[in-house]
Design a protein around this ligand. Structure first.
Ligand SMILES: *[C@@H]1O[C@H](CO)[C@@H](O)[C@H](O)[C@H]1NC(C)=O
Length: 236
């Protein structure tokens, strides 16, 4: 009989533990009420969104507007020249001068910044990549180690004293003082991974120039001969 009591005790214990395990199973559906509860909070944050712009609108950094000069100076980029070629990893001397209208005693006052950007994929105001941004204001040359970019056409851009209106997204910063040199773009130039062909000839021998012209002449006559043969073949 005591074994029956033990059995009943065990059975009771089992049933109690089973119901105890089921008990947490009941709150399991609770997450489904939580989900609808989550939606209101999400829509609450969505309705909170419109309140953000008023707080965000004063935050864009308001730069002090330079006065609008009637006679602005200019920067002329003298190197790289239009259509010139420079090779990845080589050094390129970027050089520039200022127009007569620029008051060179006053400007640039703080620094010179140089940028580059691809010219063949749509130039954008924010697409300028810095080369150097804290160059001495009196400098007129910077030796740039050309980065490892994909072959293509590029522009160099120079901006003085951190005033680079076309790089800014704020059109109100376009004004600059009288005699201030405005930002300036270079002509298009090529950056390539391959050295330009014209760097080869002159090191090859004392008569390299003559050899070259002989070579060009013979190539020209070969081309002419081939063309003549083609014309002949055409008529036959
Ligand atoms: C680049 O400029 C430096 C001086 O700033 C000069 O020593 C060097 O010869 C120049 N290189 C070329 C290729 O003109």
């Amino acid at each position: 009989m005591s074994s029956l009591a033990l059995f009943l005790t065990l059975l009771l214990t089992f049933l109690l533990s089973a119901t105890a395990q089921e008990a947490p199973a009941n709150p399991a559906p609770a997450p489904s009420p939580v989900v609808p509860g989550g939606r209101p909070s999400a829509s609450a944050s969505a309705t909170a969104l419109p309140t953000r712009p008023p707080t965000a609108s004063p935050s864009p950094s308001v730069l002090p507007l330079p006065p609008c000069g009637a006679s602005q100076g200019a920067i002329f980029i003298t190197n790289p020249t239009r259509g010139s070629t420079t090779v990845v990893g080589s050094t390129l001397n970027i050089t520039w001068t200022y127009s007569d209208l620029t008051d060179k005693a006053r400007f640039p006052a703080k620094n010179i910044a140089l940028y580059y950007q691809r010219a063949d994929q749509g130039v954008t105001p924010t697409g300028w990549k810095p080369i150097i941004e804290d160059l001495n204001p009196k400098a007129t040359v910077y030796t740039w180690t050309v980065p490892n970019v994909q072959d293509g056409q590029f522009f160099i851009r120079i901006a003085a004293d951190g005033i680079d209106p076309q790089r800014s997204t704020n059109p109100d910063t376009r004004c600059v003082p009288d005699t201030f040199p405005g930002p300036s773009n270079s002509q298009q130039f090529l950056i390539t991974a391959l050295p330009p062909l014209q760097t080869f000839p002159d090191n090859l021998g004392p008569n390299s120039a003559a050899e070259k012209s002989t070579l060009v002449t013979s190539i020209t006559s070969v081309v002419a001969a081939v063309s003549a043969v083609e014309v002949l073949a055409y008529f036959i």
